[in-house]
Design a protein. Structure first.
Length: 455
């Protein structure tokens, strides 16, 4: 049965393909199978139950309006429906995370850069030290003992302004000690400028270091070359190999942006896992100023590849081996804790991106977008704009999210991508979650200890 707001077809970016097993048929629940067993996901609270075939058929009939009611069956089973905190909680949490665009410029010319060569469409510039220190002060202004506080460095290429990274980190570490807060530090880099002394610094402070790598050899080079056109793969590997051997307190991860040009994901995952990355994750390109985004047919191929990667994860973990496929690890953590996300992330709520001039944006991807400014490091967060954002972006206020079973798992999708490009990736997202649900039930049965120890 097609819910109001859903149109069957392929032309509209909001259209769901009703032929898919992951299609949104009822916003209250989702039915799925794994190894001939039947399961029920209750959307609110992301609760998973094993059910018998008769109950499966009753729920499907009730959802289609043919017999009984879903609420009646839930009551019969003792399943609570309705999570008031999801529906009604509009209070903004304290600021707990900032990303600093310390260098709005880059030494590479990636084909798809959302930051338009790192400068976000403005003249290239570095963040002044004073601005970075003011941002750190703002981050800790409301911190209480035991609070987790996160500081990230991005660009462009952040290591073009390494002195500010070091000074801001040391200032944050000092304030964390004074406030007795728990500080986490991260940096996202293209890897081409990393020096041995950077690695020592990252190890000392326990950085999460994310390196952008889009495949092996020429696959990477086609998308991520230096501005002179020279491929960056080998130069980057030469710089980061010591990091992979050195990581103890720091953790070095690979992030792969998936475009129509690098859809063969399994070899990339296997290669990067073999190199010793702490984690490897894939992110579909859904919005790029210069074009090149994944179309629906590309997303269908990506889903097949992601599932193939997931199968390798299942095999490895069932055999007791660590397999750092981060998309799968994250999905399992969310499912096991029964997550219910009203938003896809903390953007505009407890997390903001800071540009080189000290303006606060909904996140690092909105830098230089005047429609999504939320104050400044000197004046603080504009609470009026923040509350309006929270109201507007809540998943229950998004179309067609309110009629989708996956809404509290995806939170409505990346704000930046949805605002700029719409929702043409919904079938991909639901398809991935549909697979992860089945894989979760399999691994929970085969290796329940994994969920007690997974990091």
């Amino acid at each position: 049965m097609n819910k109001p707001g859903w149109r069957v077809g392929h032309g509209d970016p909001w259209t769901a393909d009703s032929r898919l097993p992951s299609a949104p048929r009822d916003p209250r629940f989702h039915l799925f199978e794994s190894r001939s067993e039947k399961f029920l996901l209750v959307a609110e609270g992301s609760r998973v139950y094993g059910i018998d075939p008769g109950l499966h058929d009753r729920l499907r009939a009730a959802s289609d309006g043919l017999a009984g009611s879903v609420e009646g069956i839930f009551t019969e089973l003792g399943i609570e429906s309705g999570f008031p905190t999801i529906q009604n909680n509009r209070s903004a949490p304290r600021l707990h995370a900032l990303s600093l665009a310390v260098a709005q410029k880059c030494n590479m010319g990636c084909t798809y850069c959302y930051a338009q060569g790192g400068a976000f469409g403005a003249p290239p510039q570095n963040m002044p030290l004073k601005t970075a220190l003011n941002a750190v002060d703002l981050l800790f202004r409301e911190a209480r003992p035991g609070d987790k506080v996160s500081l990230s460095f991005l660009g462009g290429e952040p290591l073009l302004n390494r002195s500010v990274i070091r000074a801001a980190t040391e200032h944050a570490a000092t304030l964390a000690a004074v406030r007795r807060s728990v500080l986490t530090l991260s940096i996202t880099s293209n890897g081409s400028l990393i020096r041995p002394e950077d690695l020592e610094f990252f190890e000392t402070h326990g950085f999460a270091v994310t390196i952008s790598l889009d495949g092996v050899g020429d696959v990477h080079n086609r998308q991520r070359s230096f501005k002179n056109g020279r491929g960056s793969y080998e130069p980057v590997l030469e710089r980061i190999r010591p990091a992979l051997n050195q990581q103890r307190l720091m953790q070095v991860s690979a992030r792969v942006t998936v475009t129509p040009e690098n859809l063969d994901l399994v070899p990339t995952l296997e290669a990067f896992v073999g190199m010793g990355f702490h984690s490897v994750g894939f992110s579909p390109l859904l919005n790029a100023p210069g074009g090149g985004e994944l179309a629906r047919e590309d997303l269908a191929i990506m889903l097949e590849q992601m599932i193939a990667c997931g199968r390798r994860f299942e095999t490895a973990v069932a055999a007791g081996r660590r397999y750092p496929f981060s998309n799968m690890v994250t999905a399992f953590k969310e499912l096991h804790r029964g997550t219910h996300n009203a938003y896809p992330c903390g953007a505009g709520i407890g997390y903001f991106g800071v540009d080189a001039d000290g303006a606060l944006y909904a996140c690092h991807r909105f830098v230089n977008d005047d429609n999504h400014i939320f104050g400044s490091v000197e004046k603080g967060v504009d609470r009026v704009r923040q509350h309006a954002w929270m109201e507007r972006r809540h998943v229950n206020h998004q179309e067609p999210c309110r009629d989708c079973w996956a809404r509290y798992l995806c939170g409505g999708g990346c704000h930046h991508e949805v605002i700029k490009q719409g929702r043409h990736a919904c079938d991909y997202i639901r398809g991935w979650l549909h697979y992860c649900l089945a894989a979760y039930t399999r691994l929970l049965k085969a290796r329940p200890d994994y969920f007690a120890t997974a990091q």
